[in-house]
Design a protein around this ligand. Sequence first.
Ligand code: 5RP
Length: 212
Amino acid sequence: MSDAKISVSKKAIGHIEKKLTKDMVLGIGTGSTVNFFISELAKYKGHFYGAVSSSEASTKLLEEIGIDVFSLNDINEVAYYIDGADEVSPENYLIKGGGGAHTREKIIASASNKFICIVDKSKLVKKLGEFPLPVEVIPESRSLVARKITSLGGTPIYRKGFTTDQGNQILDVKDIDISQPESLEALINNIPGVVDNGIFAFNKPELVLVSD
Ligand code: 5RP
């Protein structure tokens, strides 16, 4: 599996390396695939300005290799956003959030000019939903949101012992029908107390790179 993650990371580097400029900011996702991408990116650290990061974990790795990490509030343009996924549908809709970072990931994806998703073949699915859908919730609203999600046909499971970088909690939702990703993304996000859910329909990637 590591070989596949390294191979797709190299593909992503191949895609952007000639387009890097000294004033360019890259958006960096979270997860084991992105960790390999960050290692590959180390060789190019003088070729671009810096990064915005979707998690404390990725920020730490980027800073360790000498890449400057900025707040999105201080950046006008994110040229490319590179991130992995838990599932990718034939239409390039995604489920993300296995690492619990989907809220910030979606924000940076939406801020970027081009979202490049990097996955190994195991992430490609005919239909989204085998992977439980992560929903970030404000802690005080967790039970209320869980009941509302149950009424939508889902089975929410509290991700015990996990807190997001924003200090919130995660419900992992099984058995929910994701045949209409855009409407379900909006419907869940409309429940008071939900911060964001892991469906990337409105912010799907422009390009999905898959390992050989
Ligand atoms: C983190 C994510 C990750 O992109 C997703 O979980 C894939 O991770 P990995 O590359 O480790 O399989 O959404 O919130």
